[in-house]
Design a protein around this ligand. Structure first.
Ligand SMILES: C[S@@+](CC[C@H](N)C(=O)[O-])C[C@H]1O[C@@H](n2cnc3c(N)ncnc32)[C@H](O)[C@@H]1O
Length: 247
């Protein structure tokens, strides 16, 4: 019996490596899609609460959101009935998948991340398949090239809901706000994740939580707009969601 693999590897090591990587990528992407499909099916059989629990407990679509906070945000976004949504910071698609559950059909979602993982693309598109169009942009959110790409996709339309959860430095979150707030319609919402300082900032106690400096920016911005805060526990180590209404 002839073993093709060792022969291929010996004769064409580079080609073999490329095929191996492509096959691994395809298998992982298939597994992630299968998980997305079974999660999405949950909403139909067991309802949204079960779906939310599944996403919050999923390793694959891991999201560092607190249940009560994200649930309140999702309710608020649902009341807004947004047509165009934009998220800065996707990670493994936790919020991308959750927002798809609270919007009307024919919505549009633009997700920006420094490093979108291509193995997740089929799953992300599955989450948004019934809801409308999904655009994934790879790049630094506040680089002018990225902002131009978003403007191009919007074609003069305004964003109804913007979620800022990318670069958590003070400079990063303010740059995101400066670049994208003008693209949000009057009466639209801008959400921020991690508005509470973490224990390192508050007590000098280092933990795995890292809320960055969003809290600093939030304290400034909330004075200028009508705002809401969704905080599960005031004493928690970071987290917290803040929303302002664009004027
Ligand atoms: C906290 S995670 C987002 C989590 C996601 N919103 C959720 O809750 O499921 C932050 C993400 O922002 C991305 N990020 C950090 N700085 C960025 C930047 N300047 N531009 C675009 N994305 C950035 C990181 O790659 C990371 O995936």
């Amino acid at each position: 019996m002839i073993h093709v693999k060792p022969i291929l590897r010996a004769l064409f090591p580079n080609l073999y490596k490329q095929l191996y990587i492509a096959h691994k990528h395809y298998t992982q992407s298939k597994q992630i899609l299968a998980e997305a499909q079974s999660l999405k099916a949950l909403t139909l059989t067991q309802g949204f609460e079960a779906y939310l629990s599944a996403i919050l407990n999923s390793e694959t679509f891991h999201t560092a959101q607190k249940r009560e906070e994200i649930a309140q945000l999702l309710q608020r976004v649902q009341r807004l009935q947004p047509r165009i949504l934009c998220e800065i910071g996707c990670y493994r698609g936790g919020t991308l998948s959750l927002f798809s559950c609270v919007v009307a059909r024919k919505s549009r979602f633009i997700s920006i991340d420094l490093n979108h993982n291509p193995r997740y693309f089929r799953a992300y598109h599955h989450f948004w398949s019934n809801q409308g169009r999904l655009d994934l942009i790879n790049g630094n959110s506040y680089a002018s090239r990225t902002v131009e790409r978003v403007k191009h996709l919007l074609r003069g339309n305004a964003i109804d809901f913007l979620f800022i959860d990318g670069d958590h430095s003070y400079e990063g979150v303010s740059a995101d706000f400066q670049a994208y707030a003008p693209l949000v319609r009057t009466g639209g919402l801008i959400g921020f994740h991690d508005i509470l300082p973490d224990y390192r900032t508050r007590y000098g106690k280092v933990t795995s939580a890292d809320s960055g400096e969003v809290y600093k920016f939030w304290e400034e911005i909330k004075r200028r707009f009508q705002f809401e805060e969704y905080i599960q526990d005031q004493h928690q180590d970071g987290f917290g969601i803040g929303v302002i209404v664009k004027e």
